[in-house]
Design a protein. Structure first.
Length: 49
């Protein structure tokens, strides 16, 4: 039983940390993607003028 608890503590923490960071950065990545799309549209508008 002690070995199982140790494995969860050692392996579980990195997994929880990764999940937390991925969900936290997901919204930032979505915002960055939207900004890049808007920038692309503006560049196309400038080129067409």
């Amino acid at each position: 039983m002690q070995e199982i608890i140790t494995n969860i503590a050692n392996i579980g923490f990195p997994i929880v940390l990764c999940v937390y960071l991925l969900t936290r950065f997901e919204s930032k990545i979505d915002k960055l993607s939207d900004t890049i799309d808007k920038l692309s549209e503006k560049i196309i508008q400038i080129k067409s003028n």
